[in-house]
Design a protein around this ligand. Structure first.
Ligand code: GLN
Length: 446
């Protein structure tokens, strides 16, 4: 039924880069037989899923929506895939994204744009736009996305679903095609909070193949998800609300009332360093991207240009033809700010800002359980409307990127529709490794 739905509706939406039809049906039949034999093992037995196409899947083409990796067939599975496969789901296919996860509208995919299922003239958000659209359109009950500066939460907000960026170190990045290694996180995208918590429980955990994963932290979120939240302390930073459109503001005020009626204490606070978030994020993420993407040289991976004269020519031509313009923009920015004459003025200062932003948020979270606000300053906009002005799109990351700079967990949950029927997202940010409190508060809101 899911495959049928994808075949009839997805040509209009564009969320899948690859539908794994034959293999999915074979897998499903096998699970049917096991069910008939009463041999149903695994928490996701027979449940279909879609995976963002920057997470490597053994023997299944993984492109990162780039020409550079158009025919790339990984020889191993990402750790998150190994963990999911143990629970016996069915992989329906790989989901569209902005090339190498760089973007906020899913218009930077080399292959095709994604449209918002709520209104196909609007963007689904990005970079996990394919994952968000696929879940919202009912093509899969859950998907995985990745979030470097907001790429799970922002499309979740635009598409009216639940998206969680876990604490940095909660989920292994092994097998995630790197964008900015100190910021990248894999997380679940679902239709409701409980499913989301379940998927995170499955993919979480430390891992020897990723030394930035954290050992010995509990990944039990479901047993406390329906706790009473009476007395919970929630902070609303006024800077997070000030920049939002009126309709977004009013849905956040409504959410505040809901929380108060549930017995939480909701107070306004100030996060004065908010104005530095976007600059620090783009300097740091582009620097790391420029280093990470150096491996795409036409020799070790993927696309290789033809008709070249020498080795340098091969690099230049391969990278000129293989990368799209947004990716090149980031590589140029990153190599510029890391170069000898500019390092102190830009990269070093961005790192200092990262520390200051973290102190600012830690201070609030030492007095409150959660920080709450909009996920994005506005709802999903028209396709094409920001394509000529990348800076405009960058500024939209102001509410999400701080959780990546600080490593804190954050969720986006649906908080109503605007007058045109487009979804508005509510963001809850928690303390490091305290996803349990986020899920608890999100579940009670839902
Ligand atoms: N919109 C942000 C960017 O363009 C976020 C990307 C992401 O989280 N992968 O960098």
């Amino acid at each position: 039924a899911y495959l049928e739905r994808i075949k009839t509706i997805d040509p209009e939406i564009g969320s899948f880069l690859l539908v794994n039809e034959e293999e999915a049906l074979r897998n499903a039949r096998e699970l049917d037989e096991r069910q008939a034999a009463d041999d149903m093992e695994g928490e996701l037995f027979g449940i279909p899923m879609g995976i963002k196409d920057n997470i490597v899947t053994k023997d299944v083409v993984t492109t990162a929506a780039s020409r550079m990796l158009e025919d790339f067939v990984p020889i191993y599975d990402a750790t998150v895939m190994e963990k999911l496969y143990k629970e016996n789901p069915v992989l329906l296919g790989k989901l569209n994204l902005d090339e190498f996860a760089m973007g906020g509208s899913n218009e930077n995919s080399y292959f095709k744009e994604v449209k918002n299922p709520w209104n196909t003239k609007k963007v689904p958000g990005g970079s996990s736009g394919g994952s968000a659209a696929a879940v919202a359109a009912g093509f899969v009950p859950f998907a995985l996305g990745s979030d470097t500066g907001g790429s799970i939460r922002q499309p979740a907000s635009y598409c009216g679903i639940v998206g969680m960026k876990p604490t940095y170190g909660r989920v292994s990045r092994y097998g995630l095609i790197a964008f900015a290694s100190s910021l990248d996180c894999i997380g679940p995208m679902t239709r409701n909070v409980r499913d989301n918590a379940k998927i995170l429980e499955i993919i979480a955990g430390s891992n020897l193949k990723d030394s930035t994963t954290m050992p010995d932290v509990s990944s039990d979120f479901l047993s406390t998800i329906d706790r009473d939240i009476k007395g919970m302390k929630i902070a609303i930073p006024k800077e997070f609300v000030d920049g939002a459109t009126d309709e977004v503001k009013s849905s956040i005020l409504k959410a505040k009332e809901v929380y108060e009626s549930l017995g939480a204490v909701v107070e306004e606070v100030s996060l004065k360093k908010t104005k530095y978030i976007v600059s620090a994020y783009f300097i740091i993420s582009s620097s790391e991207a420029s280093a990470n993407l150096a491996r795409f040289d036409g020799i070790r991976y993927g696309y290789q240009a033809e008709g070249v004269d020498n080795l340098e020519d091969l690099y230049r031509k391969t990278r000129s033809e293989g990368f799209g313009s947004e990716v090149k923009r980031r590589i140029l920015l990153g190599t510029f700010v890391l170069s000898a004459g500019h390092f102190d003025a830009h990269y070093l200062r961005a790192q200092k800002l990262r520390t200051i932003i973290t102190q600012d948020m830690n201070e609030v979270l030492s007095e409150y359980d959660l920080i709450m606000g909009p996920t994005t300053p506005s709802v999903a906009y028209d396709l094409g409307s920001k394509l000529d002005n990348p800076l405009d799109m960058y500024l939209d990351d102001v509410l999400t990127a701080s959780s990546n700079l600080t490593g804190m967990p954050a969720i986006s949950i649906p908080a109503g529709l605007n007058k045109e029927g487009m979804p508005i997202g509510l963001q809850l940010i928690g303390k490091h490794f305290d996803e349990a409190t986020i899920y608890n508060a999100a579940y009670q809101f839902e």
